[in-house]
Design a protein around this ligand. Structure first.
Ligand code: BTN
Length: 241
C-alpha cells in the first residue's frame, strides 16, 4: 500500500462514500489511513445532506485517533488545512472559512467537511473539494464553485498531497503550542466575523453577532439575550442566505 507521510493511502476507482471505505481500510490495518476515490456515488454531507460529485473533484477521508476532548479542535484544524491547500493553487483569490468548516472561494462554497465517529477513539474526517468542476446541485443552500472556475491548474492528487502536508504541519503546531494558535489562524480567515449573522439549526433560528470561537471550537454569538455557544448549525449573513 502507498504512503503519504505517516498515512497509509489508497485511491479507489468508485465508492459509495469514502467515509465508509476508509472505515473498512481502518478495520484491516488499525493505523492512520486515507482513502480517496475517482467516483463517489453516495457522498454524505453535514446535517443529513448529500454531497454531489463531479468528475475530477476530490473525495477523500482520513481515519485517525483523536482524544475525545480534542475533537472540536480537529474540526478547526481540518478547515484550516483545506483553506491553505486551496490558497496554494489560487494565491490571489479570497479564500475564507465559514463555521464550522466550509471553505469559501470568493464567497462561494468550494469545500465541505464531514466528521463522523469511527471505532474506538478513531474519527473519520471526510473532505470534498471541488477541484475540476462545480457540481450541478438543485436548490443549493449556498452558492458553490470550484478551483477550475478560477482557472487553477491542478488536479485532485496534487490538491490531496498539499492538503495532507498542511494538515500534518498544522497538527504539529497545535500539539506543540496548543489550541490558541490554530484558533487565531482560523479567526484571521473567518467569514462574517464581527457581522450580524443568522444561525439555523433544524427549524430554529438564532440571530446575533459572530464574536468568535470558544476553547472547544464552538461558535460564540452575541444575541439580544447575551452570549450563546453554538455546537452545530448553518451560519448565514443576516438578510442574505
Ligand atoms: C458538507 O459540507 O456538508 C460536508 C461534505 C463532505 C463531503 C465529503 S466527500 C468525501 C467524504 N465522503 C462523504 O460521503 N462525505 C465526505
Amino acid at each position: 500500500m502507498k504512503k503519504i507521510g505517516k498515512w497509509f493511502y489508497e485511491d479507489l476507482p468508485e465508492v459509495l462514500s469514502t467515509n465508509d471505505s476508509v472505515s473498512d481500510l481502518l478495520e484491516k490495518i488499525w493505523a492512520p489511513c486515507i482513502v480517496s476515490a475517482a467516483v463517489q456515488t453516495k457522498g454524505r454531507g453535514r446535517l443529513g445532506r448529500t454531497w454531489t460529485e463531479s468528475a475530477g473533484n476530490l473525495f477523500v477521508s482520513f481515519a485517525y485517533e483523536i482524544e475525545p476532548q480534542r475533537v472540536g479542535h480537529y474540526a478547526i484544524i481540518s478547515a484550516l488545512a483545506v483553506l491553505r491547500a486551496v490558497r496554494a493553487f489560487l494565491p490571489h483569490q479570497k479564500v475564507q472559512i465559514k463555521w464550522p468548516n466550509d471553505v469559501l472561494l470568493e464567497g462561494k462554497k468550494v469545500s465541505g467537511i464531514l466528521f463522523e465517529k469511527g471505532p474506538k477513539n478513531y474519527w473519520i474526517m471526510g473532505i470534498g473539494i471541488n477541484v475540476a468542476a462545480t457540481p450541478k446541485v438543485e436548490n443549493p443552500l449556498y452558492e458553490i464553485t470550484s478551483l477550475a472556475d478560477f482557472k487553477a491548474k491542478t488536479n485532485r492528487f496534487e490538491v490531496l498531497e498539499k492538503l495532507v502536508h498542511e494538515f500534518d504541519e498544522l497538527e504539529e503546531k497545535y500539539l506543540q503550542n496548543g489550541f490558541s494558535c490554530v484558533k487565531s489562524l482560523w479567526l484571521d480567515n473567518a467569514y462574517n466575523r464581527g457581522k450580524n449573522v443568522v444561525i439555523r439549526q433544524n427549524e430554529k433560528e438564532l440571530k446575533g453577532i459572530f464574536e468568535g470561537l470558544d476553547d472547544n471550537g464552538a461558535l460564540i454569538v452575541e444575541t439580544k439575550d447575551g452570549l450563546k455557544t453554538i455546537l452545530a448549525g448553518d451560519v448565514f449573513k443576516e438578510n442574505n442566505r
